[in-house]
Structures are given as C-alpha cells and as structure tokens.
Design a protein around this ligand. Sequence first.
Ligand code: MG
Length: 472
Amino acid sequence: MLSKNVCLDFCMPEQLIISISGMRGIVGENLTASVAADYGCAFGSYLKSSSAGEKNKGLSVCIGRDSRRSGQMLCSAVAAGLCAVGIDAIDLGLAATPSVGVMVGCLKCAGGVVVTASHNPIQYNGIKLLLGNGMAPPGEAAEQIKQRFLDKHFDLVGSIGCGQMASNSQADETHVNKVLAIVDKAAIAAQGFKVVLDSVNGAGGAVTKELLAELGCRVSAINDEPTGLFAHAPEPIAENLTGLCEAVKSDGADIGFAQDPDADRLAIVDEAGTYIGEEYTLALAAKYVFSKRAGKAATNLSTSRMIDDVAEKAGSRVIRTPVGEANVAAAMLQHNCVIGGEGNGGVIDLRVGPIRDSLVGIALVLQLMTETGSSVSALVDEIGRYYMTKEKFPADREQARRILAEAKQRFALATLDASDGCRFDFPDGSWVHCRASNTEPVMRVIAEAKDQATVQRHIDNMQKIRTTAGIH
Ligand code: MG
C-alpha cells in the first residue's frame, strides 16, 4: 500500500516525501513510474479545477529534467499522467530548473514540472511543480495536489479528450536571452574573464556554457557532461568543490562557479582558488543590483545578514520571509523587490523569473566585477565577514514546540520574528534561528555572528534550552 510509504509530517530518508516543493523519493523503491504518473494526474486535475472557465482552452504543462538517469522514465510517466487528465505535455528534455520556469511563462503554460532531486544523492529523484506564474504552489495549493494524489482523485478523460505530447528544444536559448537582457553583455565581454565552471554533471553545463560564451568569457568547464553520474557529492559546498578550487588556481582564472544538479544554486570560488561560501552569492548579486536599481530585497530568515549590510549601504532594506523559495518569491512580488533569494546560493531576479537561478547569479556577479574592476576576493572583503553555524537537533514537532516556548522565555530581550519557528536578533547584531524541519524529525538551528565564539554560545544555549525542556 502506497499510503504506508508516504510521509505526511515527519519522514525518514527512505520514505517518499511530499512537501510544498513537490515529491522526492528513491527511484525503484518508492518513486516509481506509476507513482509519477499518479502525481501527473493529480497535478493536471488540480490545474483544471483551478482554471475554471478555461477547461476547454487546452491547458499545457512543460516538463524538464536534470541529468539523473531516471529522469526520462519519470518525465514520460508524469507526461502520461497529465495527458490522461486532458493536459498537453511539452517535453523540454534536459533543462535547468530555472530554464523550465522561464519556459512556463514563454509558452504560456498552466504549469511546469521539473524532474530533479536537486542536490540529493544519486539514488534520489523528485518531481517539482510550478504554477503558471512560474512559482512553486503556495501551501494551500500544494495541500490540494497532495490530497488528490493520495485519494487518487483524478479528473480522467476519454480517448478524444486526452492531452497530446510535444517537444520543445528552445529552453536553453530562451533562458540565456532572458539573462543577457539584465546585464551589459558588451561591457562584460570586453573584460575577457577567465572562468572555471563545475556543473557536477547536472543540467547546468550546456546552458551555462552558452551564457558564458555570450559574455565573452574564456571558459574551462569541468564535470559539464550531463551524465547524471555526479563526479563529486552534488551539494555545492566547500568539501565537495576541492577540484574546482584547484582548477581555478592552476588555470589562473578570475572566478570559479559551481552549480547543483538542477542549476538553481550557485557557489563561487575566488581568484586564489578559495571557496567563499554560498552566503556570498546573494550578497554579491545584490551589491550590483542595488548600485543600479532602487528597491528592496527579500530573503528568508536563515540567510546571512550580509545582505542587510549591503542593502543598508545602498539606502535600502531587506524583507525577511519564512524559509522556502516560494515565500521569498511571493514577498518579492508583493514588495516590488529588485533582488532576492536564499543564502544557499539561490539568486532570484524577477526580470528573469520568480525562481532561484544560478545563471542570474553568474551574470550579476560578472557585471559587478566589470563595473567595479575588483577581484572576487576584494569584493568579498568589502562586504565583510560573518561566522555561521548550521546544526540540527533531533526533535519531533511537539518537542520542537517545547524548545521554542522555552527559548522565547530565555531570550525575552531579543527581537523575535516568529513567522517560521523563532528567529532571535540580539543587540550585538548576532542572531539565532530555530525551526522544525518539514521533511525530517529535527529542529534546524542556525546562528550567525561577527565571531565564532558568539556563534558557539548561541548554539550551546539552544542545546541547554533543549535539555531544560526535558528533551535528551
Ligand atoms: Mg537545486
């Protein structure tokens, strides 16, 4: 029975996870062709029900995938599910998540699907959903889609009404052109930047090389073949990028870029071959955008306050949101933000799309280097440095609630934002954010300060609070 394997609240890694950002599971165990087809039926049925009055207009959904070898199988299954409920499916083939987002708008689709497990290990795959506005479904919509999937509440059609399948190979070119439109292509090209790109054998290789060629960069690409057999662990964090760091150094490159397998996250290596940390990606992109455009930024509560510093220098400010790309994008739309994203290397520029986009990050950072004439390390020095530690404590929802209640008492003098767990901001500029995970029975604790001792003190305090709350 499927329901036994479906995780609704807390999940062990081996279970099928259905969350606000879609479905994720282990291929051949809980993520199979029939599960993917059902999910396609559920998503298509939801789209039909939510587009009242347009039922006969021939709704379509475009589908892209990262390079995992199970991608074609799952794409075909999702497409079959969509067609079974009367939705036309447009196969984009191998495509970065942000490229699919761009194509949803360009092809005027009712929605988009990306078959990707992002940075998760190779045995995983996932199905990420986008609505017609290019954003992940908000909570209520995600809940309706999940319920339709679990109940098999599908609006199946007969032979005449079946959706049709088509393919479209314009995703890369369309995406690149949208990104080029937000920068000064000629000015960047005049610099002749030397770039090393590590696409971890994911979906980003071809489209990003196309962008960098347009920007006149001399590119040395590693792990750029989309084999789906990742040359290193796919999360773009320091320990996985030693090869990129060495390549930047040995090539004498100006900058190194690392993507995750679906190319929505971007990490940067400076000209000395030093990994600067994903938190700098958004701060650097924002630094350029603020120098040209007036407006606010939006980011989630767990992101470094570097972006607040950058915004303050530009006379702007930052809107903080609950964790989740859709929350950030919604706040950006609501407040007309000129830049946004997440500290994990996800940059969002609404002129391209309401979705994290490593190509946008690359273009904006190269434009910043062009305008300032500064090296990456000099730009990082200008922004300054914070220390951040991310921990997770075992805690179920009830335990997490007790920890947060105790923390509120303990940190009564701090400024509290309780829109997603609790974020406590202290007078010295340091902060700690604690929230229950949506996908695991853990509490995530993130602390940041100007020095490591203060960060450790915050983490230790949270440990003590956990003990005081009777959780061991
Ligand atoms: Mg990703």
